[in-house]
Design a binder for this molecule. Structure first.
Ligand code: ZN
Length: 252
């Protein structure tokens, strides 16, 4: 599960931090917390604004809990997680957890949130087939990441999804870069040494989800163990104690 290729890793470059607003678009409550929350804590402490958009409510994430009960619980846990790292706006698009499809409705709905929030930076999950090695990615992450890449450009084109114009959402061409957190293609990272504890506290707010993983969840059920492992790996390549890595896609 946690095998790491032993090849000597290339050093990471620092991500650009000269921006004001970021919009994070991910499939599930917990996606930001398993990757980027410590980075978000750093940025909100710098006075930046970060908004979260969850494409699903993560209602298929706890085996022992019916989705009808699970969805609202996971939304509440996500709001608490976000608050820990200085994020006060979390929106849920209501797509069905586990079976999100790449397609025009998803692109349109993501383009709408991009036009509404007008971010400089858009953050999404790793959408590559794996996390590196043979650790398979999950289908919703692939669909949402790919749709986000396309929807950011749709958001800037007046003549794509004209119903958005009719709703009053003018095009937004201000997104400078899209960042995919935790991608095996990452060449950039941000130093999270100073905000690492907030990242752990943010993930720990997913109490029911973490309890549902239980002992067989291994490293993923223990916020500190999981985030230390990932954070150290990225930090080593950035020259810091801890870091969060991103694959960066420039748009201009
Ligand atoms: Zn996820």
């Amino acid at each position: 599960m946690t095998e790491q290729p032993p090849e000597p890793p290339e050093p990471f470059e620092h991500v650009d931090e000269d921006w004001r607003t970021a919009l994070a678009i991910v499939p599930h409550p917990d996606d930001m917390e398993y990757g980027g929350a410590a980075a978000v804590a750093r940025w909100t402490a710098q006075g930046k604004r970060v908004v979260y958009v969850m494409v699903t409510s993560g209602e298929a994430g706890i085996d022992s809990m019916d989705p009808g009960e699970c969805g609202p619980l996971r939304e509440a846990e996500e709001l608490a997680s976000a608050r820990v790292v200085g994020v006060d706006t979390v929106e849920f698009l209501g797509y069905p957890d586990g079976v999100v499809e790449y397609g025009l409705p998803l692109r349109r709905d993501i383009a709408r949130v991009v036009r509404r929030h007008r971010p400089d930076i858009v953050i999404t999950s790793n959408f590559r087939d794996t996390y590196g090695g043979r650790t398979l990615n999950q289908a919703d992450h692939v669909a949402v990441g790919r749709a986000t890449l396309d929807a950011v450009r749709d958001a800037g084109n007046r003549w794509v999804f004209r119903e958005l114009l009719a709703e009053g959402h003018e095009p937004w061409n201000g997104v400078r870069q899209i960042w995919a957190a935790g991608s095996p293609g990452a060449k950039h990272a941000v130093d999270t040494t100073g905000s690492f504890e907030l990242g752990v506290a943010s993930l720990a707010e997913h109490k029911a989800y973490l309890a549902g993983l239980g002992a067989p969840g291994g490293g993923m059920a223990d916020p500190r163990e999981f985030l230390e492992g990932v954070g150290r790996g990225a930090g080593t390549r950035l020259g810091t104690r801890f870091a969060v890595a991103f694959e960066v896609f420039p748009l201009r």
